[in-house]
Ligand binder design. Structure first.
Ligand code: GDP
Length: 456
């Protein structure tokens, strides 16, 4: 899902990495690459234009120029804007105050409605609901049978017309084309749900191979007859650019309250996902990601954006860092560090700030690309950090400010106080001196250490 879009966006950001300041040319180049990446992923042109415009505007503003790390800030902006075009908040089903809640499915033939009906029913059942599936797709040969099979697999009751018994039949035979009036079937299905105390009704409707007036009329008629609480428009994400036109036609012809993207598991370039919300103003509510009943997810715009950006949970990490990291203090620390004034007290403070962000293992795990270091992460001993903190806490303020005064007897006292060995204390002090020396050399040589830090 979104593989090539992911790669393209990654390379768009690559040029920014390590830059302390972004020039107008940097921002233009990145914006151009993002534009091409989105167009290649089949995102609708007006959506691309608006999206890139917002990115450029924000990337040229204060929030980036004042950032500690401009590249990261740009990624953060792209992520926020992506979440925006994907719909912002997760949109959940709106249940009726008085059951049953009626959910109607609409979309082209082959979009994945019947499959989705089963997935949705199974998921609702898991949530503690008691759904009824209604087979109002009387157009496609075998659609009723298919829904019955799906319903059985999901363990959900299916309401289907008796062949040849309802309304104006069209002469079809069982197993090929079901007879009857789909509007009447839908109406009867809802009445049946009320009678048998199902709290949700999912009405599967007919599609056509293309958008046509008859199809829209039938869907509208069903809509009017059952007054659904939700009309879900199911769209095959693999149809690319066409998705937008089809969605617009359904928005005008039937209107819908939410979108389901199906076949997101295919090699879809993802354009439909990124365009549909902007173009129709309707939220994407679910994603269908395979032929199995379990291949179904609630659509979370924020998680989808993270996936598109291949960011792991980088954003949580950046946000957490922003919360505990005081930029002004960091600058002071950096200045002191350059002057060789960085002390063990500063070091302790830094470790405590890191601790506020979470465990070291968890922090590292949020970095993208850390999957390959799984084993090392699992072996990382959090207690090492605790030990360092305990040693520094057992020092007097004078010792923290000037570790040079820590002689043999002080080391003994510190180790006893912190429950560590004299060797542990020696190691910390030695490493601290080495790190300070290195920092001062870097300062003299003009090299600017990114973050003040004297990790031993
Ligand atoms: P309907 O005509 O809208 O009811 O569409 P169907 O539910 O019959 O789906 C059409 C075809 O797409 C079937 O072969 C399904 O197995 C397949 N399909 C549906 N949803 C998905 C999906 O999320 N991923 C994949 N790979 N195939 C799907």
């Amino acid at each position: 899902m979104f593989d090539s879009l992911q790669d393209r966006l990654q390379s768009a950001f690559k040029n920014l990495r390590g830059k302390g300041r972004l020039s107008e040319a940097d921002i233009d180049a990145t914006a151009r690459e993002i534009r091409l990446a989105l167009l290649d992923a089949d995102v609708a042109v007006p959506v691309v234009r608006a999206f890139v415009g917002r990115i450029k505007e924000r990337a040229s503003g204060e929030e980036v120029s004042a950032a500690l790390n401009p590249a990261q800030q740009v990624i953060k902006i792209v992520n926020e804007e992506l979440i925006g075009i994907l719909g912002g908040e997760t949109r959940r089903i709106r249940f009726a105050k008085t059951p049953p809640t009626v959910i109607m499915l609409a979309g082209l033939q082959g979009a994945g409605k019947t499959t989705l009906a089963g997935k949705l029913a199974r998921w609702l059942k898991e949530q503690g609901n008691s759904p009824l599936l209604v087979a109002a797709d009387l157009q496609r040969p075998n659609a009723v049978n298919q829904l019955q099979v799906v319903g059985e697999r999901a363990g959900v009751t299916v309401f289907a017309p008796e062949p040849g018994s309802t309304g104006a039949g069209d002469g079809g035979t069982e197993g090929t084309r079901s007879s009857g009036d789909p509007v009447q079937v839908a109406r009867d299905g809802v009445a049946e749900a009320r009678r048998s105390l199902h709290d949700v009704v999912i009405v599967d409707t007919a599609g056509r191979l293309g958008v046509d007036a008859e199809l829209m009329q039938q869907a509208s008629d069903i809509r009017d007859a059952v007054q659904p609480d939700e009309v879900l428009f199911v769209i095959d994400a693999m149809i690319g650019q066409d998705a937008v036109q089809v969605a617009q036609a359904f928005a005008e012809g039937v209107d819908f309250t939410g979108v389901v993207l199906s076949k997101l598991d295919g090699d879809a370039r993802g354009g439909a996902a990124l365009s549909i919300r902007e173009v129709t103003g309707r939220p994407i509510m679910f994603a269908s990601t395979g032929e199995q009943l379990t291949d179904f997810e609630v659509f979370h715009p924020d998680r989808m954006a993270s996936r598109i950006l291949d960011m792991g949970d980088m954003l949580t990490l950046i946000e957490q860092a922003e919360k505990v990291y005081d930029a002004e203090q960091a600058e002071k620390d950096a200045a002191r560090l350059m002057g060789g004034q960085f002390t063990l007290a500063d070091f302790l403070q830094q470790m405590e700030a890191m601790a506020k962000m979470g465990s070291m293992t968890k922090l590292m795990g949020m970095l993208p690309g850390m999957g390959q270091f799984k084993e090392q992460l699992a072996n990382f001993d959090e207690r090492e950090v605790d030990k360092l903190k305990a040693i520094i806490r057992s020092m007097t303020p004078a010792e923290r400010d000037n570790p040079k005064i820590i002689d043999g007897s002080r080391r003994k006292r510190i180790s006893a106080g912190s429950g560590t060995t004299v060797q542990d204390v020696n190691q910390l002090v030695t490493r601290f001196f080495e790190a300070s020396k290195m920092m001062q050399q870097m300062a003299k040589g003009g090299g600017m250490p990114g973050m003040p830090g004297a990790m031993p």
